[in-house]
Design a protein around this ligand. Structure first.
Ligand code: G16
Length: 544
């Protein structure tokens, strides 16, 4: 194989965000843009000569073209084997599992997750390390640093690889293995959950279900597992065929974007259980007949019931949640006397805790839940967890949720997103919030008295690394909180996220609408950050 050294120039915007580098497709299509970033990753890593790399993506527009480019750069940089999902497809959790199962050096996952796809939309790339998890901050900082000085990348001249036929091809020193993207993952799920019980509950009609794959990667995974292995009727999986533009929708599993599912779940002919996943299959939305389960509640309920699932029957070593996630899981941990960790937003922060065995389950308000079975959040795993729970407890979703609130209290919760805010305005909002931090403590606003106001700083208890400026928190003496942060995954302007929660122990007051129950705190949030005033908007773009 003849290695070619191609002269290039740095791009100044290749700083990975919350989850890898996400930009418009047009940005990635600039000459050398993708090549620079991939070469910067390889230049920052050591010891991969002759080793294996996993490669796959969520099938969005530019996925196939990007894979062909990466194959050539990986070959020129000396990898010994590439393990690629058939058709260039791999869900994020499946990629994580394959890295772990086959002990590869790492993997590249091509996805912009829940962001829309298509020639005018978004693309993304992230590097996962040998434990199967997203590269930690020290690595992503090194990738960025290298991208700022890069002046050459390596590639080889060769024909495009056939991605569609399973099997092995040898090209010079490089072995390319095309694998079925689903089978290893399906086998893993079978080892975690009680498949015979699930099969029986579905075939007897006790559980009826609807899964919305949103024309994204989980279509083939859900069809294989829910339909072929567990016997659900084929029509239980909707929007099952992955499309490059996700059918023109945002593959974002929430009530706003998974509206087809939401419509059915709140209708008279709703099945027992409904769920959706996102572009790359790591997020999940859980619903039952006429009920939506917030991701924060879902995490707490999973933690409280984990012993009912075969793989977690021995109990949990600990749990973790991202800082803006509600404190519901903290109450479960306290009651079961297990540790609960609070990390910054971003799945990469759970990796060390999982590797060290300090936690078994973790999750985020952004529709992500997972366990020590892989090192990514996992959409279908969460779906199977809930199905297993329903089958074991023989209760509808609404009863499981209400019983949980009765026992632990309810953390009433919502998130308001203001998307595509002009960056200078967003920065001014953050500056304005920062300026109030010293003066807010002890101030009273109606029934709310500020207990603390700060910027979240995280010290990793395993490696001692410190991550500063991870969101602005205003906590009140009654346990309520308002959190403000700028998203690290958007591609246009800035997205301001406002997270609001209030604890309600009184059972007679738990069944309130979240927006109404949180109205006073929502007002206070505006008073603190002035997003409406400064942007001239009258409402958030998305409420979850
Ligand atoms: C990614 C990260 C998550 C994070 C989410 C939202 O998810 O993996 O850990 O919670 O983004 O991040 P932000 O609030 O910064 O936009 P995904 O599913 O987009 O890869």
């Amino acid at each position: 194989m003849q290695i070619e050294m191609i002269t290039t120039h740095p791009y100044n915007d290749q700083n990975p965000g919350t989850s890898g580098l996400r930009k418009k497709v047009k940005v990635f299509q600039q000459p050398g843009y993708l090549e620079n970033f991939v070469q910067s990753i390889f230049d920052s890593l050591e010891g991969f000569a002759g080793k294996s790399l996993v490669l796959g993506g969520d099938g969005r527009y530019f996925n196939r073209a990007a894979i062909q480019i990466i194959i050539k750069i990986a070959a020129a940089n000396g990898f010994g084997e590439l393990i690629i999902g058939q058709g260039g497809l791999l869900s994020t959790p499946a990629a994580s599992h394959i890295i772990r199962k086959y002990h590869t050096f790492g993997g590249l996952v091509l996805s912009a997750s829940h962001n829309p796809g298509g020639p005018e939309e978004d693309f993304g790339i992230k590097y996962n390390v040998g434990n199967g998890g997203p590269a930690p901050e020290k690595d992503t900082a090194a990738f960025y640093q290298r991208s700022q000085t890069i002046n050459v990348y390596k590639t080889i001249a060769m024909d495009d690889i056939d991605l569609d036929n399973i099997g092995t091809q040898q090209i010079g020193d490089l072995k390319i293995t095309i694998i079925d993207p689903v089978s290893d993952y399906a086998e893993l799920m079978q080892s975690i959950f009680d498949f015979p019980l699930l099969k029986q509950s579905i075939s007897s009609g006790y559980i009826t279900l609807l899964f919305d794959a949103m024309h994204a990667i989980t279509g083939p995974y859900a069809t294989r597992i829910l339909v072929e292995m567990l016997g659900a009727p084929a029509e239980s999986v909707i929007n099952a065929v992955p499309l490059e533009d996700f059918g023109g929708h945002h593959p974002d599993p929430n009530l706003a974007h998974a509206h087809e599912l939401a419509h059915v779940m709140f209708s008279d002919h709703a099945p027992t259980f409904g769920a959706a996943s996102d572009g790359d299959g790591d997020r999940n939305m859980i619903t039952g007949r006429h009920i939506f389960v917030t991701p924060s509640d879902s995490l707490a309920i999973m933690a409280a019931n984990a012993r009912l699932i075969p793989a977690y029957a021995q109990g949990l070593s600990g749990v973790a949640r991202s800082m803006p996630t509600s404190q519901a899981v903290d109450r479960v941990a306290a009651s079961y006397n297990i540790p609960c960790f609070e990390t910054p937003t971003g799945w990469k922060f759970f990796g060390n805790l999982l590797d060290a065995g300090k936690i078994t389950l973790c999750g985020e308000e952004s529709f992500g839940t997972g366990s020590n079975h892989v090192r990514e959040k996992d959409g279908l795993w969460a779906v199977l967890f809930w199905l297993n729970l329903i089958a074991k407890r023989r209760q509808p979703v609404a009863d499981i949720v209400h019983e949980h609130w009765q026992k632990f209290g309810r953390d009433i919760y919502c998130r308001h997103d203001y998307e595509a805010v002009e960056t200078p305005i967003a920065n001014a909002i953050v500056g304005h919030l920062r300026s109030q931090l010293p003066i807010l403590p002890d101030q009273a606003f109606g029934e709310y008295t500020v207990k603390y106001a700060d910027e979240f700083c995280y010290e990793d208890s395993v490696d001692g690394s410190i991550s500063r400026n991870q969101g602005i928190r205003v906590g009140f003496t009654n346990g309520s909180r308002i959190v403000f942060r700028l998203s690290g995954t958007g591609t246009v302007g800035a997205t301001l996220r406002i997270y609001i929660e209030r604890f309600e122990p009184d059972v007679s007051r738990q069944d309130q609408d979240a927006q109404l129950a949180l109205a006073e705190l929502i007002e206070l949030a505006e008073q603190f950050c002035e997003v409406k005033k400064r942007t001239g908007r009258d409402a958030p773009n998305v409420i979850t």
